[in-house]
Design a protein around this ligand. Structure first.
Ligand code: GLP
Length: 258
């Protein structure tokens, strides 16, 4: 792995870029820097960004830059990574509503530039395929920022997800349902299914950024970056893209890495 090199999709190395930074604030700032650079290089980029606790700081930083006119997001096409099956923007416990609140509205993204996974589809197979086609129509994903679930999931690609999986409905493990219920103080019931971009969809992105923070993720980060590349830990598939993967992790998350 390469350490502390300049960030960018054009690095002529074949191994992933691992950036171990001091803390969560640095993870957020560096992730925002990558997003900023991709958007500045390609103002009409199609990108996907994650939900969860980890990206909150990145979104805060991006919104600040957009408000200060240091970053122009108006041409970007945003594609959501995942949502609970049967929940959409009108449901306050949907991931789309969360994204709206945290980023899409404050960033003032044009409605036509926001594309959400078809979590309310009457024909999920057909609409998931149409979602993938829409990504293609926008030139493919220039950037996919993803977090890491406690069981190694990326998006909602749970263990067992294959490297070539595409956007689809998936079953959520009890662990993931519990993890997600915690976002709502455990008060809300989380559906047992979700619609998520597939591993293959994410791997097709020109650049993938994995953001991980905290000691609670140390074991699963080790399995993701140093364990076998396997469907048991879907995040491990990210390593197959080599230098197109930038992992930005804090010291706590990296504490078990060799
Ligand atoms: C959630 C989301 C993922 C997210 C992950 C980690 O279930 N579906 O996209 O990256 O779990 O969440 P957190 O950042 O809160 O640890």
């Amino acid at each position: 792995m390469t350490h502390n090199q300049a960030i960018g999709p054009s690095e002529a190395v074949t191994e992933l870029h691992l950036h171990v930074v001091a803390d969560y604030v640095e993870v957020s700032r560096l992730a925002a820097d990558v997003v900023t650079r991709v958007v500045q290089d390609n103002p009409e980029a199609a990108i996907t960004l994650p939900t969860g606790e980890t990206p909150r700081g990145m979104y805060q930083e991006l919104v600040r830059r957009i408000r200060e006119s240091a970053l122009d997001f108006s041409g970007v096409h945003f594609f959501s990574l995942d949502d609970y099956w049967g929940k959409g923007v009108d449901d306050e416990t949907s991931l789309t509503a969360w994204l709206n609140e945290i980023f899409l509205r404050p960033a003032n993204l044009d409605h036509d530039h926001v594309h959400v996974v078809p979590s309310l589809a009457s024909d999920p197979v057909q609409e998931a395929a149409a979602y993938e086609q829409e990504i293609e129509r926008r030139g493919g994903l220039k950037l996919a920022v993803v977090g890491l679930g406690p069981n190694g999931h990326v998006g909602f690609n749970e263990p067992g997800s294959t490297i070539d999986s595409r956007t689809r409905v998936v079953e959520l493990t009890q662990q993931s349902q519990n993890q997600n219920a915690a976002y709502y103080d455990g008060e809300k019931r989380i559906p047992d299914k979700a619609m998520t971009m597939g591993i293959g969809t994410i791997l097709d992105a020109d650049l993938i950024v994995l953001i991980v923070s905290g000691t609670a993720k140390a074991d699963i980060l080790k399995a993701t970056l140093e364990g076998p590349i396997s469907a048991d830990v879907p995040g491990s598939f990210l390593r197959t893209v080599g230098a197109r993967l930038i992992a930005i992790v804090d010291k706590d998350a990296a504490s078990n890495l060799s």
